[in-house]
Design a protein around this ligand. Sequence first.
Ligand code: MLT
Length: 201
Amino acid sequence: MKHIFKQGKSGNENTIFLLHGTGGNEHDLLPLAEMIDEEAAVLSVRGNVDENGMNRFFRRLAEGIFDEEDLIFRTKELKNFVDAAAEEHRFDRKRVIAVGYSNGANIAGSLLFHYENVLKGAVLLHPMVPRRGIALPELTGLPVFIGAGVNDPICPPEETEDLMKLLHGAGAEVEVCWGNHGHQLTQMEMEQAKAWYIKYM
Ligand code: MLT
């Protein structure tokens, strides 16, 4: 997959795995990684799906209605990509923390819904429930930060609450930060994500 890798600065660091929103690319979230942990290595990837010229991580049938078959296929593709990237760029596969926004948060959530030990932690910014009606893998103690909006028209609060319950039910330690700027990323969310990262990562 098309991506950017930036070497970390301390020699024994986490890797921040950046996943952009619909229509974005691998450059979009680089400042976010810098803000969360300037020492960390960065792996930022471009979604492989093209929706009318917009990059995405999996196909959808309509706004908020996912193509499940493609989601499952792309989730596996992304997992394989991270495994291979760890070999190629020589970062610690056990210390990968996803930071995803919107469509990128949804595929990061899907990684957690389908694979055990796939991430050390996850910052999900305005995520939805990636899939319903499946048994989640064991996520005991896995730290997850969710940035949500009380008035997010794409990811309404009930969706966030369902996601929180599903992750929590699998054993994850979920922290939610509620904002009121719709689907937008906010400064407050970023600051809380950073505080969460310092505490857990
Ligand atoms: C998705 O399709 O992943 C969500 O609806 C968010 C988005 O619009 O990208």
